[in-house]
Design a protein. Structure first.
Length: 321
């Protein structure tokens, strides 16, 4: 059997699986339950926060023959066809490579035809900010008078590039960056299901490195597991694969900087470079380490802002005294 990347394998199939965007899932489910479905939605937010996943679940839910509490049943013919990507009702367009007027005109011609099965044709236009001015104008015409059986879901990472005329015709939903806790919890859960042994510290480091993106977190995790296939995934393994540095090393580096010992500082850096550490990552992590030290010094109860595991926090507190 061929290998499926984690982020594909665990792509959310229903609203409940989408993590960290409860405000959006809830609103969309309510709309489906009350049968107050809009014709144009704008999904904004940084990469890997669930925009396309939510769009597909929504497309399933509006076409589902027996939705459960506003969520797709996952069992009916429509749900199955959409999940398998064989339904004609869900049309995904990548605006990065289809950004011209002609591409949008094609859509305008298509929307004249009712769906042959199910209730709605759902057009998901990804990276919609890449459309040309002419394409946006053509799209606007369709958004002004959409047929009742058509739903447009426009997704973008750069909402400031969307013309105001388009925005004013869409319901806008802002996808939040996913917190480290939420990502870590999801990763732990998936690793249990996969039967892979992991250290909590390792998972937290990956969650932090993913910078709010669940997709990035899963890709990084995939990479780390592949490197140490069949072994327990430890914090040290993760640091090694991602080219990162342990806080112990930062502590030593800081002491040498405070002692103004230039040759020792350069020596320490040289050692890190020879170990193959990623320098830009080192700078980011070291800045984060200094930030955490300062915060610990300022006050108590900062666990949430610090983005560090309890163990690391104790270490930091020890450094303070
Ligand atoms: Zn269904």
């Amino acid at each position: 059997m061929s290998y499926t990347a984690l982020y594909r394998k665990f792509r959310p199939a229903e609203f409940e699986d989408v993590k960290g965007q409860d405000h959006i899932s809830q609103t969309l489910q309510n709309q489906i339950k009350a049968n107050r479905i809009g014709h144009a939605y704008l999904f904004c937010g940084t990469r890997g926060t669930g925009k396309t996943s939510v769009a597909k679940i929504f497309a399933k839910a509006v076409n589902c023959q027996s939705p459960v509490n506003g969520s797709p049943c996952g069992e009916c013919a429509m749900c199955k066809a959409i999940s398998a990507g064989t339904s004609m009702n869900v049309i995904e367009i990548d605006a990065a490579s289809n950004n011209g007027v002609d591409n949008i005109r094609e859509i305008r011609e298509e929307v004249a035809y009712r769906p042959t099965e199910g209730k709605y044709k759902v057009y998901i236009i990804d990276e919609v900010h890449m459309l040309s001015i002419g394409a946006f104008n053509a799209l606007l015409k369709t958004l002004e008078e959409p047929p009742e059986y058509v739903i447009f879901i426009l997704a973008t990472t750069e909402v400031h590039k969307i013309p105001i005329t388009i925005m004013s015709r869409c319901q806008r939903y802002d996808f939040k960056r996913i917190t480290i806790d939420t990502i870590a919890e999801r990763l732990m859960d998936l690793m249990q299901r996969e039967g892979v042994e992991v250290e909590e510290r390792a998972i937290r480091y990956i969650a932090k490195a993913a910078d709010g993106s669940m997709r990035d977190a899963l890709s990084l995790l995939d990479q780390c597991i592949a490197f140490y296939l069949g072994e327990k995934l430890t914090y040290d393994h993760v640091l090694e694969v991602l080219g990162a540095v342990d806080t112990e090393v930062f502590s030593r580096l800081l002491r040498e900087i405070l002692n103004r010992d230039v040759s020792k500082v350069i020596g320490a850096l040289d050692e890190l470079i020879m170990q193959g550490r990623e320098l830009s990552q080192l700078v980011t992590d070291f800045t984060g380490y200094l930030r955490n030290l300062l915060l610990v010094k300022t006050s108590d109860g900062l666990e949430d802002i610090l983005d560090v595991s309890t163990e690391n926090l104790l270490q930091l507190r020890k450094k303070q005294s």
